[in-house]
Design a protein around this ligand. Structure first.
Ligand code: ZN
Length: 157
């Protein structure tokens, strides 16, 4: 794909999801929840998940942030719909590797890579290194949420 074409898709995606974020709003009975804050930009996200057994039935977010953090969270909620916890963790890892590379302690993927779909275009943010944290904020928040089941939630771990 041409650089120009890639950049246009990137810009259209950011604009579309910023103006009309998917799955934006409160959730009445989440099983998992976490908040994320990106100090360098001021992005704030409240993420709620509803897991049934190990499958993500619903993902919603609220908060306030820049175009990139909002669009990234919106795209993430779409990508997570119906995924298992394990698939969500693989997505999070692949997305992080796409944007910032692997970390020293990372184990190589033991599974087939999943299709990132539209998420792959968020790698366009790498041309603005300071904004990479805006795009990864929601994914860090997801990993925190998956590890923090709410008291009284009926879902099993
Ligand atoms: Zn930001």
């Amino acid at each position: 794909m041409l650089d120009q074409e890639f950049r246009e898709i990137y810009e259209d995606l950011i604009l579309d999801h910023q103006q009309d974020p998917r799955n934006f709003g409160p959730m009445t009975d989440p099983t998992h929840r976490a908040d994320g804050f990106n100090r360098s930009c001021g992005d704030l996200i409240h993420l709620s998940l509803k897991l049934d057994d190990d499958r993500i039935q619903e993902v919603k977010f609220t908060g306030s942030g820049c175009a990139i953090s909002t669009a990234s969270a919106s795209l993430m909620t779409e990508a997570l719909q119906g995924k298992t916890r394990a698939e969500a963790e693989i997505l999070a890892k692949q997305f992080r590797e796409l944007l910032i590379g692997s970390l020293p302690g990372d184990k190589p993927l033991t599974t087939e890579p999943v299709d990132l779909g539209d998420l792959q275009f968020l790698s366009g943010v790498k041309q603005f290194p300071i904004r990479v944290k805006c795009a990864t904020l929601c994914w860090h928040t997801l990993e925190a949420a998956l590890n923090r089941k709410l008291d009284g939630a009926s879902s099993t771990e």
